[in-house]
Design a protein around this ligand. Structure first.
Ligand SMILES: [Zn+2]
Length: 96
């Protein structure tokens, strides 16, 4: 008999350059336009997902998934390399 369990299938997980700002699904912060990020298309428990990740967040998430054994995660996680991100954001605010 089939057991009721969550199913996850990833269709694509690509590294791409943001042409406009996106919201990272892991830390809920903006992915800045022009920066490299990860785009994930997947199906989880029958629902289509289209997620954007900071590269560093994606790595943290992968570590977290393998350590915790969990398939679900909360948003608003702490962002890795937050200081670096702050510098990048501050850079954008500078006048030419
Ligand atoms: Zn992030």
């Amino acid at each position: 008999m089939e057991q009721a369990r969550m199913s996850y299938h990833c269709f694509s997980d690509t590294k791409t350059v943001a042409r406009k700002p996106h919201r990272c699904v892991w830390c809920s912060r903006l992915i800045l336009s022009g920066s490299t990020y990860r785009r994930e298309h997947s199906v989880y428990d029958g629902h289509h997902q289209n997620f954007a990740w900071h590269e560093a967040c994606r790595k943290d998430a992968d570590d977290w998934f393998s350590e915790s054994g969990s398939e679900e995660f909360a948003t608003d996680n702490e962002m890795p390399w937050l200081e670096l991100y702050r510098l990048e954001v501050a850079d954008l605010g500078k006048s030419p």
